[in-house]
Write a protein that binds this ligand. Structure first.
Ligand code: EPU
Length: 334
């Protein structure tokens, strides 16, 4: 069975289960335990952050749990629980239309709500952890439900407990967000103030929907639409290096973008890659996007191995030039 993925890579799973409720998921887990206990399990969303290096000789689970349920409301905020199979961007649009704010900057990030919680997706100065109240999941071993409060999710930059020690052990079923009823635009990320001014807004006239449209415009200008050109967004994480290492590099490259981060200084992987000359260049059917060097695209017919070859060539050249080992942001699946 073919596995959906935004890279547009042909990859098949041995078995695929799609479920629309917790009960259906538990039934699938029971079948897996009876018939496929020898196979590994992979949980996928829309496949917007996965690179299949070949066919997947295992069981693939896919959530179609939908629904938005208001859990709590007062005059300042709401807590809403969202099915993990909802498309994250559609929920953001819905939230804004209901007057629930906080996720505008995450507009147009591909993927489902469950994957957003696993990956701690982020853009333009906001991460999903900033608005997460709790995450619900079901054990793939025994079907029991567990709830993690935000502080138990071990969130960090594109990291979570679900991506690390619990990887492959739970399916996320629902994510609860705490959203504000008062729109407070977060414009601290480089370029957003200018972009809102250029669109004719002041701090007082900017609405959440307008900010959403501005963010969508910025993303569309830089990032290829996976429907037209296969890709999985940023392929690498922005590296966090010790401050001393960043200082040394800054002496040599004074224009290098850098930001303070937990545990050191965050550098822009896109900039590092551009310096190595890879931006816009191809290796076989894989290429580095010409408007954002952090994105690898499938020009057509690429296999996971083709993409991996380009990934390794970039990692090699960035390491040689800057002494930095780029880590993939995309999950490599073999
Ligand atoms: N840059 C270059 N050349 C490039 C790309 C970037 O010099 O080809 C420089 C830019 O000029 C800028 C800096 O690098 O000074 C940062 O670039 P940008 O604002 O485009 O963001 P990014 O760090 O490359 C991150 C996220 C994106 C997110 C944007 C906006 C990661 C791995 N990526 O990219 O997330 O949309 O910030 O917040 O953290 C994703 O995760 O899939 C994703 C697209």
């Amino acid at each position: 069975m073919k596995i959906e993925n935004t890279f547009g890579i042909e990859a098949k799973a041995r078995v695929l289960f799609t479920y629309s409720s917790e009960d259906e998921l538990r039934n699938a887990i029971a079948i897996i335990r009876q018939q496929y206990s020898h196979l590994p399990i992979l949980h996928v969303g829309c496949g917007s952050n996965l690179l299949f290096l070949g066919d997947y000789d295992g069981v693939v689970l896919k959530s179609n749990i939908r629904g938005v349920r208001l859990l709590k409301e007062d005059s300042d905020e709401v807590t809403v629980e969202v099915g993990a199979g909802e498309v994250c961007d559609e929920f953001i649009g819905h939230a804004i239309s209901r007057g629930w704010y906080g996720m505008e900057n995450l507009s147009l990030i591909p993927g489902q709500v469950g994957a957003a919680a696993v990956q701690n997706i982020g853009a333009y100065g906001v991460e999903v952890q900033d608005v997460t109240d709790h995450v619900k999941g079901i054990s793939l071993t025994d079907g029991t439900e567990r709830i993690w409060r935000r502080d138990e999710c071990r969130y960090g930059y594109r990291r979570s407990i679900f991506k690390e020690e619990l990887w492959g052990k739970y399916a996320i079923t629902r994510v609860a967000f705490r959203l504000s009823k008062h729109f407070e635009p977060k414009l601290q990320y480089g370029g957003l103030v200018r972009a809102t001014e250029e669109a004719g807004f002041t701090k007082d006239t900017l609405t959440a929907e307008a900010l959403r449209q501005i963010i969508i415009g910025i993303r569309q200008a830089k990032l290829p639409d996976p429907k037209l050109l296969g890709n999985a967004g940023s392929f690498f994480k922005n590296p966090i290096v010790p401050a001393e290492k960043a200082d040394l590099l800054l002496r040599q490259f004074p224009d290098m973008p850098h930001y303070p981060a937990e545990g050191g200084t965050k550098l822009a992987a896109g900039w590092l890659i551009e310096q190595t000359g890879w931006k816009g260049r191809s290796l076989g059917p894989a290429a580095v996007h010409d408007r954002q060097a952090l994105v690898i695209v499938n020009k057509g017919g690429a296999t996971g191995q083709d993409i991996l070859k380009l990934c390794q060539a970039i990692q090699h050249d960035v390491d040689k030039r800057f002494g930095i080992k780029l880590e993939t942001e995309v999950n490599l699946i073999s």
